[in-house]
Structure formats: C-alpha cells, structure tokens
Design a protein around this ligand. Structure first.
Ligand code: PHE
Length: 457
C-alpha cells in the first residue's frame, strides 16, 4: 500500500518540492505589494518575526504529522487519534486547498498571459503610462473568454504534473523550475541594483521606520506568513507523508523557510529597485506587478527580455505552488477512498477548474453576484487567507500540545536529527505563543468582520 503512494527520491528532492510549494504568488506578487502599502521595511520586519515565531513551529508540526503517519491530512489525524473529531482539521485542509486553488489558478492564468504579452510586445505600448497599463489589465481580467483560456492552460499543466506522481511529477518539475526561479531572480536583482537610483528601493524595503508600524500591518504580516509558507491546509502534512525516516525535519523546515523568505526579499528588491529608479508608485496595490511593472520595463535597457523573464518566473512560482494544492485534494481521494491518482486528479482538477472559471467570471460578467458584499473571487481569497488557513494552523498547534503531546512530537523530530533533543518546556512555550498569536488574529478578524472595526485599531 505504502509504496503505491509514492516517495521522494532524495532528501533534497523533498526540500526542493516543499520550497516550491512555499515560493509562489505569495512571495512575488503579494509580499511586495503589501509591503509597499504598509511602510516597506516596517512590514518586512514584522513579517520576518512572524515567520520565525509562528511559521516554523507549525511547519514542523505538519512535517511531523505527515511523516509519522505516512498519510495525507484526514487519514493522518484518524491514525494518530482514531475515531475523534480531530480529522476535521484534515477535511478543513482539503476544503482550503480546493478554495485557494479556485482563485490561485485564475491568477496563474494571468501570469501566462503576461508572459506571453511580455515576450510578444515587451509592453512597448504601455511605457510610462500607468493608465494604459491599468486599462489593459482591467479589460483582460474582466473579459469573459480570454482569462478562461489562460486559466485552462494553467490548470491543465497543474493536473498533468500531479497525474505524473510524486517523483515523476512534483519532484521532477520542482527540480527544473526552482533553480530557474532563483537564477532569474538574482539576475533581475542585479539589473535593479545597477539602475541609477535603484538603491532607494532597497532602503525602502530594509530601513524600518517604526512609526509606520500600524496594528493593521501586524495582522497582515501574520496572515501572510501562513499563506507564504503554505501552512494550515495540510500541504506540508501531505508532502511530509512521502518522506523516509532519515530526513532531518528541523533542518528541512529551516531551509524551506529560508528559501521562501529569501525569494520574497529578492522579489521585493527586484521590483522596488525598478519602481524607485523610474519614479513609479510603490503603493500600487494588488495591481503593482501587472499595472506598474509593465510601464517600467520598456524604459530599462534590455527591458523586453527582463519583462519576459520576470513574468516567466512568476508563472513558474505559481505553478510549483498550485501543484501542491491539487496534491492535497488528490492524496485525500487516493488515501481515503482508494481511487487511482489519475482518476482523483482528473476529476477534482476538472471540478476546481470549473469553480475557478466562476471566480474568473466574477471579476467581469458575474460581478453583480456578491457574497457578504464581495465578488466570488474576493470571497474565496478572503475566507481562505483570513479564516481557513489560520484556523487550520491554530488547530494543528493545539493538537500537538494538548492532544497528541510534545514528547511524541519531539520523538519524531529526533528521527533523522543528529543534534540535542530540544527541551520540551521551551518548545511548549513557543507553541503556546504561536497559538495565542494566531488565536488573537482570528478573533480580531471575526470582530472586524462583524463590527467593522478591529480590536487593535
Ligand atoms: N505558499 C504559496 C504562495 O506563497 C501559496 C500556498 C498556500 C500554497 C497554501 C499551498 C498552500 O504563493
């Protein structure tokens, strides 16, 4: 049974695949624009603390649960604590994967479209003209068929990789795309730093003005740290379930977080050096990379090539994350329902593509249909990143400390680990701090959704 589930071919294979899941639109699209809107360095500073304090313990918990049980989330909780309600965390994870992929895949489609536009036009027509770039972006994302076409291509690639399994799909393609992402981003950073005035962008990202730290930026930083490391929906449980006992989980977790953070910072540098060198607006919001960058690239020497490379990186990053979401859904049907990998992937990849189609349409033709005042796309995004992932992560931390027990968690961490056994007391304190912070953020979100004002201002 176990061998038919698949396994990573090497220690590095797992680390690269898990980093591929973590590095995605969250790093290259979301982080730069939320940092840009929240005081740059001030946001970066809080984000780094959140990643270390909250991100690492929950990431390790997911690895531990996956490797210990060799099962995807629902089966994993059932195996650890049979016949209890804890497997709800697993179902929540499968649901989150479904929901997130339903809008993530749409943006994935946009990344292919923009790669195509970059290669074919170099954005020459948009040079220095944010209005025109905004119009192109709006016209595209609100139209009916064009985004659906690119969405379908993106989802087909996602499905195809997952049908090919752990070694032959996820690991193989992560090993091809991750090094390309790193190399191209470094080239883009060097290009940005050598632009006259580019250093101002680096200053913006890294010299914190603490007066700019608002309570709201702290909430955002925490929510983002979940999303960017793919936590709270069992992705890392699922990836951990294909691991052998020799893997050093602590070391792997630190590397994955390090790679994820490094890529976000590199993307931030690549983007803000160009933005500042050419006097564009750093607080461009969600459209920053789709409406601001295309106006800048044509003015940079070699801009046609840099634009093409940038959007290609964005596409690859989105794809290595999207596959990890579909894998959570596929693994559930393989482990719990005994379906074949291709059947599970084709059926549910298809269903998610159709639901994603609706989220794409909700930006244009169907924008009148709203849920809690939001279009379907914004609803899926909001409900997953504000509630589903943090609740999933919180429950995982609570499960480890209060239900399963830290000694068992540490036993599993020690497999493949050569150093000292960490003190259970210290680990417990860290988990409690992490859980308390996440709990507070969730409560704050709920209060804000109901009353319209946040507890912390
Ligand atoms: N971590 C991915 C990103 O940064 C998104 C993601 C979230 C992937 C949850 C899997 C699970 O884009």
């Amino acid at each position: 049974m176990e061998s038919s589930r698949g396994k990573w071919s090497s220690k590095a294979g797992f680390i690269i695949a898990a980093s591929g899941s973590a590095v995605g639109l969250g790093n290259i699209w979301k982080y730069p624009y939320i940092a840009g809107e929240n005081g740059g360095a001030a946001f970066t500073f809080v984000y780094l603390i959140c990643i270390a304090v909250v991100g690492l313990p929950i990431l390790l918990s997911e690895f531990v649960i996956g490797r210990k049980t060799q099962l995807s989330p629902v089966g994993a909780f059932e195996k650890l604590v049979p016949k209890t309600k804890w497997k709800f965390i697993g179902y929540l994870g499968v649901a989150s994967a479904f929901v997130i992929l339903s809008f993530y895949g749409v943006i994935g489609g946009w990344t292919i479209k923009y790669t195509y536009l970059a290669i074919s036009t170099g954005f020459e027509n948009l040079s220095g003209n944010p209005e025109a770039a905004g119009e192109v972006f709006n016209a595209f994302t609100t139209s009916t068929w064009n985004p659906l076409f690119w969405h379908l291509i993106f989802m087909s690639l996602t499905v195809w990789i997952i049908v090919n399994g752990i070694k032959g799909g996820i690991e193989k393609w992560s090993k091809i795309m991750m090094p390309m992402i790193v190399i191209i981003l470094i080239l883009l950073v060097v290009r940005g730093l050598t632009l006259p005035g580019g250093m101002k962008g680096v200053e913006f990202l890294f010299s914190p003005k603490f007066s700019e730290l608002t309570p709201q930026s702290i909430v955002l930083a925490l929510g983002h740290s979940f999303f960017t490391i793919s936590l709270g929906m069992g992705t890392m449980i699922t990836y951990g379930s294909y691991l052998g006992r020799e893997q050093n989980l602590l070391k792997s977790g630190v590397i994955v977080i390090g790679v994820d953070t490094a890529i976000a910072l590199l993307a931030g540098i690549a983007i803000f050096t160009a933005v500042f060198a050419l006097g564009a607006d750093p607080a461009g919001g969600p459209g920053l990379i789709f409406t601001v960058l295309p106006t800048i690239f044509p003015k940079i020497p070699g801009g046609h090539m840099w634009a093409s490379l940038f959007f290609f990186v964005l596409f690859m990053a989105a794809l290595t994350s999207a596959i990890s979401m579909l894998e959570v859904v596929t693994a559930y049907f393989v482990d719990q329902k005994g379906w074949s990998r291709s059947k599970a992937t084709l059926i549910f990849g298809g269903v998610i593509t159709v639901v994603g189609g609706f989220s794409s349409l909700s930006l244009g033709g169907f924008s009148d249909i709203t849920i809690f005042g939001m279009n379907f796309f914004a609803f899926l995004d909001g409900v997953s990143s504000k509630y589903m992932l943090p609740i999933g992560g919180l429950l995982i931390a609570v499960f480890i400390v209060y239900r399963w027990g830290l000694p068992k968690f540490l036993d599993e961490i020690m497999e493949g680990h050569t150093g000292h056994r960490p003190s259970a007391m210290v680990v417990k304190v860290i988990f409690i701090i992490a859980a308390a912070v996440v709990f507070f953020i969730i409560v704050n979100e709920i209060v804000q959704a109901i009353t319209g004002s946040s507890i912390i201002g």
